[in-house]
Ligand binder design. Structure first.
Ligand code: PLP
Length: 696
């Protein structure tokens, strides 16, 4: 057990043991005896605050109170309604003070996306009106290249819907992620509406709002100006009254309020068109009965901001970020930050670890209970490269490994201590020497390549290596001191053999001068020796097996790659395909349907209890397993990464395979493993649906 630090002056300690953080608090009882209280802290370290934040306990209390004691409709004239109205007014007053907006409109919305729609609609209606009156209004919609998608998407939508016919122009950013003011200077005289964010959600880069305001003023731009302030609240000083900003949307759930509540500031005199008409709530500016629970919760957060003492100040947050940054550099040699720290929010770090994809890093962090993301939460499921990093000119290889770590101003020393300890743990798990698998599958965009190693991992053959993996394979082979004996694509131009060979300075293709091996029928095939095995070339197929006295019998062929001739008979052989899901097939076995492979956590535990011989298999990668081994119902899992399943499946299927229950983080990889085994003819294959994430 490791004592990380003393939490308080004298009576609080923080311990870590086996990836779990324990807080030990010692309190003195009335009878002067010491009472020891151990609190088990969460193993989860939430570092994705730019996506959303947990809800402040005081905000939960305020929401509950608003639903219980103060449940009235603020539009009702009786006492219940008046109490709700008083809460609404008080919260608006707090918002005005926190935003520095004594004048202008401050409206409650459902969140920033609604605030953005309202601002866009207001600006476009104003442009139409100015045009009608023959006033100068500009013909460009200028939008920062790194804005949240809610901004360009709603600009395009309303421009189309209203038939405004304005031209959408991206305002580029420089390598630091800051708007290029010289380009704005060119566009500003023609700009009808300019949209720039206060701070970027992916990189934390803080915009030069004073610089933008100066350009708009110096060019006498007719533009209205919206600043998306979502990531600024609670992290940057705000004094909206003193700015030229016309519209500023905010979102509650980015700062410890619940989802579904937000604010929109509209400068006094700026054009305004309601998005929603109806009962005339919010003085007719936004109809619909107010979300009083959300507003009350937001009020609690605004109150905490106003009073101070709850949230850390800028200097404290900077110190925390610097500690996290230093720890990351320590934990992951070669790590680079994708945005200059001096221009970023004190709560956001965007970094890349060369050669390790975002997905691999996120899986590793998640295994260790560290919740981070690859970019914005909205695009997390799309797995597309970040348009924000693209706009900054970050090379694709680096943005493909980008990770965003963000925290909120509620963090404290103990949390940062635990986060640093866990980041170091992740770094160690990744760095731990990983043995070469005999057969490793490499996937990219639905295609598979294969790496074959001899038993001591010193010699390798690459078949259809995906080009995207080439740098990583080359680095890995160099690090292992392994020699690539051959590297080829099974059909011309299908894989990335050329790319890998170029990196390793060798010639792609089946090597000349290969030795020969005999088949049982006496025919001879060209072959490459790989330890005690050979890879033999049979037409367009490549057979991996162990010859006996120079003869490769059909049942000694374990794997086949490329196109196996239909008449060939290799009953026990697993065919490893370049395209297809699963990438494995077994010519001699009936493929079984893959329905009914899902077990929920309770069913998986019951199954494992009832079948002591069943094997629980963790198909996460080695580093993820090293970060935190998987267990289901107290049973420890055996680790076979999905990328190494082929080799293990071949072994299982050669004997009497045990019943198999696969697990992974989310249930995706485990479902693929179970499906693969079913299609290879093994009926006893299931997986934990929803993964370890849902099994708790
Ligand atoms: N703008 C920025 C910068 C954001 O980060 C987000 C949320 O991710 C939004 C707008 C959308 O906010 P909401 O979820 O409140 O609609």
């Amino acid at each position: 057990m490791l004592i990380l630090r003393r939490k308080a002056e004298n009576l609080g300690y923080l311990y870590r043991h086996d990836s779990v953080t324990y807080s030990l608090t010692i309190t003195r009882s009335a009878a002067t005896n010491y009472l020891f209280v151990i609190i088990l802290m969460s193993t989860e370290l939430y570092l994705d605050a730019n996506a959303t934040s947990p809800v402040l306990p005081a905000a939960i209390d305020a929401a509950v109170a608003a639903m219980q004691a103060c449940f009235g409709n603020p539009s009702s004239s009786h006492a219940s309604g008046l109490r709700a109205k008083a809460l609404l007014d008080a919260t608006r007053g707090q918002a005005r003070r926190v935003l520095g907006a004594a004048s202008g409109r401050v409206l409650f919305t459902s969140g920033a996306t609604e605030g953005i729609q309202t601002a866009v609609l207001s600006a476009l209606c104003a442009v139409a009106e100015r045009r009608r009156r023959g006033e100068p209004c500009g013909d460009l919609l200028v939008v920062g290249a790194t804005e949240h998608k809610a901004v360009p998407e709603s600009l395009a939508h309303w421009n189309r819907l209203l038939g405004a016919g304005l031209e959408l122009r991206m305002l580029p950013v420089d390598a630091d992620g800051r708007h290029r003011l010289e380009v704005l200077r060119e566009l500003a005289p023609r700009a009808a509406f300019v949209c720039t964010m206060a701070a970027n959600n992916e990189t934390g880069v803080v915009s030069d709002l004073d610089g933008i305001a100066r350009v708009l003023a110096e060019t006498s731009s007719p533009a209205l100006w919206m600043v998306d302030c979502v990531q600024a609240l609670g992290k940057l000083p705000l004094a909206l009254d003193r700015t030229r900003i016309d519209y500023a949307p905010f979102s509650g759930h980015k700062l410890y309020a619940p989802k579904g509540v937000g604010l929109l500031y509209v400068r006094e005199g700026a054009p305004y068109t309601p998005l929603m008409y109806g009962g005339g709530q919010e003085a007719g500016q936004r109809s619909g009965t107010e979300n009083m629970a959300g507003i009350a919760a937001l009020g609690a957060v605004l109150g905490a901001l106003e009073q101070g003492g709850t949230f850390r100040n800028h200097a404290q947050l900077l110190a925390y970020r610097d500690r996290l940054a230093a720890t990351l550099l320590d934990a992951f040699p070669g790590l680079v930050f994708n945005a200059p720290l001096e221009h970023a929010l004190p709560t956001t770090l965007n970094f890349s670890v060369p050669g390790i994809s975002s997905k691999e890093l996120l899986d590793l962090f998640d295994a260790a209970g560290v919740r981070v993301s690859a970019g914005s939460a909205c695009s997390a499921a799309k797995a597309a490269p970040s348009y924000v990093l693209d706009a900054m000119g970050v090379p694709v290889a680096r943005s493909a490994s980008a990770v965003r770590l963000s925290f909120g101003p509620l963090v404290d020393d103990a949390f940062i201590d635990a986060a640093c300890a866990q980041l170091l743990h992740c770094g160690r798990a990744l760095a731990a020497a990983q043995p070469a698998a005999a057969l490793q599958q490499l996937e990219s965009h639905g295609a598979s390549g294969w790496l074959l190693f001899d038993t001591d991992g010193r010699h390798c053959i690459a078949i259809d290596p995906p080009a995207a993996h080439a740098p990583r394979i080359a680095a890995d082979l160099r690090a292992r001191g392994a020699r690539l004996l051959a590297c080829f694509d099974t059909s011309h131009g299908a894989g990335g053999a050329d790319a890998l060979c170029e990196l390793l300075d060798m010639t792609p293709g089946w090597p000349g001068g290969a030795q020969q091996v005999l088949l049982a029928d006496g025919s001879a095939l060209d072959a490459i020796a790989l330890g005690q095995d050979v890879l033999a070339k049979a037409g367009d197929a490549f057979l991996l097996g162990r010859p006996d006295q120079g003869v490769l019998a059909a049942d000694a062929v374990r794997f086949a790659f490329g196109a196996l001739a239909p008449q060939a008979s290799f009953g026990a052989t697993l065919c490893c395909h370049r395209i297809g899901e699963p990438a494995l097939s077994r010519p001699g076995a009936a493929s079984l349907p893959d329905d009914g492979i899902d077990l929920d956590a309770a069913a998986a535990e019951a199954f494992l209890r009832a079948h002591p011989d069943a094997l629980l298999v963790d198909v996460r990668e080695l580093a993820e397993h090293a970060a935190a081994a998987a267990q289901v119902g107290g049973r420890a899992a055996h680790n076979v990464p999905l990328s190494q399943l082929a080799g293990q499946a071949a072994q299982w299927l050669r004997g009497a395979p045990p019943a198999l229950v696969f697990v992974c983080r989310s249930g995706n990889r485990s479902a693929r493993a179970a499906r693969t085994l079913r299609r290879l003819g093994h009926a006893q294959a299931w997986h934990l649906a929803g993964g370890l994430a849902l099994a708790g």
